[in-house]
Ligand binder design. Sequence first.
Ligand code: GLV
Length: 309
Amino acid sequence: MRVLVHIDDADIWREALSKRLPNAEIVTSDSDRDTPADYLAAWKPPAELLEKQTQLKGIINLGAGVDALLNSPALPKDVPIVKLRDAGMGPLIADYVRFGVLYFQRDFDRYFAQQIDAHWQEYPLIDKADWPVGVLGLGAIGAHVAQALAADGFPVHGWSRSPKSLEGVTCHHGDDGLSQLLGKVHTLVTLLPNTPSTRGIISADTLSQLPEGASLINPGRGALIDESALLDALGGGSQPGRLRGALLDAFDAEPLPADNPLWSHPRVRITPHMAGPTPVRDAADQVAELIKAMENGDPLDTVDPQAGY
Ligand code: GLV
């Protein structure tokens, strides 16, 4: 069995997968991208690579989001796709979101802004129990984040398109459920997949349903957010809008172009898509298990290209 790996740092993956699949030949796209492989384990494989690999029995997406792969014009139609489900990313993204929620709940945004003017002013503490957080998207990562925040003491509202139930989290679904959630939360976290039905879900309409002074954290996908509606909701430097601030990790165009106004907005904090890097050790365990399951013909939770996740 031959497994082709395509990702930055592919050698680390080759080593990790070789240990876990001792009978397989693991090659990287840097050394051999043309010899037919049985499985492709890849992050954003280029079209030329997909076109040449005509004998694949399965594709393993080396990340949680499959949008880049599904949008490739060269994606073979009949090859099953599986993706990493959490694989150690959940706890990393939960930490990122914890940082963001505390940044707003404990007024760090205000204190750091005051520092610029050497201004000393303390604000009354709003208890965690009075700081409801909304998590849009209750897949493996969204569910992990929602439950981590609930365990920290925040009242958490989760939203998914179809009904779900999660211990410790008030779950909402459908369009009405989204409005119910938006009306309640002090911080909104977006962890939905990028699909035709989620693109631009953070719009002028949804932002206007948030309480005055709410904040936004997006460790998911940039395409979820209508950037100009976000900028309007944030207001100008001296004229705050309905939204108090945003912590953003993912953007429609990455790297975020230097002239994008989000870079210089005083109430926006930007990180370079680092919230949930794929931890190789955990993920390699999962990839090896997925390949074994595909070889054995075991039933698998494959990606549904129509749904987009
Ligand atoms: C990263 O963005 C991922 O989808 O894993």
